[in-house]
Design a protein around this ligand. Sequence first.
Ligand SMILES: Nc1ncnc2c1ncn2[C@@H]1O[C@H](COP(=O)(O)OP(=O)(O)OP(=O)(O)O)[C@@H](O)[C@H]1O
Ligand SMILES: [Mg+2]
Length: 332
Amino acid sequence: MDFLSTYKGGLLVISHDLPLLDESITSVLAVEHGTLEPFRGNYSYFLAERERRREQRIRERKHQDEKIARLEEGIRRFKGKTEKMAKRARSWETRVEKLKAQRTEISRRGRQVAVRFPQPPPSGRTPIKAQGLAKAFGQNVVFVDVDVDIDRGERMIIMGLNGAGKTTLLRILAGVEHADIGEVELGHQVSLGYYAQEHEQIRAGDSVLDHMRTVSALPDRELRSILGHFLLADKVDQDAGTLSGGEKTKLALAQVAVGAHNVLLLDEPTNNLDPQAKEALLDALEQYEGTLILVSHDTDFVEELAPDRAILMPDGATAYFDESMLDLVALA
Ligand SMILES: Nc1ncnc2c1ncn2[C@@H]1O[C@H](COP(=O)(O)OP(=O)(O)OP(=O)(O)O)[C@@H](O)[C@H]1O
Ligand SMILES: [Mg+2]
């Protein structure tokens, strides 16, 4: 952010990061509804100005429709009367056609993502417990002696700088990686849903629908409907490897959602998501009654979610979460 705000050259940035878009950006090119529209100002300006332009187009369109309606009324009254009147009516008809062709288009507002994590059957009181976890990759000791003890329904955030071992810890809890020392104990009837940071569960060559089939026995009709909630309805047959970054995130979240798990392990699930989709994810997590362990560097997201506790990596210290820790969230 510091670099961008002092950089003297021109910048063309693609981003969903709202603080960046408001602090370092002087104009916006919006790609929407198949058009590219320029706005001279930052993101906040863009939001307000887009709404103003939309309202202006609605007013224009209303005037055009009224004019067309008046002409059409005239055509009805003049047609089939005298030859002279019929001639006038025909010229109006040409006019109406022209006006109709030039009418201002009002684009429909984009459909909203509707993320839902179904309320799962509850797990035991302590869904995940681990003591004295340690992990090293060759000479690189990532962490030693980390304890995790999470209560049912609790929301825990894992914090730390890049490379501190957040993903490594989450992978160990998810059972996709083994600790060098220490074991992870899962509680009674625990069902884990893991969302990986780098879309590693997305396989190029397999369709979007196939990805849902591998994680769920539900009939295709229901899988399609869930994909629809994530705005992937028109992508069901597409090779998942060719999805955009945000679409991959949505597919991976749809895979987690369809599993109806009672413990979610989410590693930076807001990466690549546009602001609307992020809001939808936040709503869904706020309503989710299962247990949640989250890695996120997104300060606004974490603030709104208000987790119960935080683990700070790499030392593994645990503390009740309060707003003063938001600076730490942003740090990494
Ligand atoms: N398979 C691996 N082989 C070697 N080193 C690894 C491996 N996986 C992770 N590491 C190293 O372990 C450390 C912790 O990585 P990890 O992905 O857990 O960090 P993180 O806290 O999730 O960081 P970020 O905020 O960038 O996602 C890093 O130094 C990384 O280079
Ligand atoms: Mg990570």
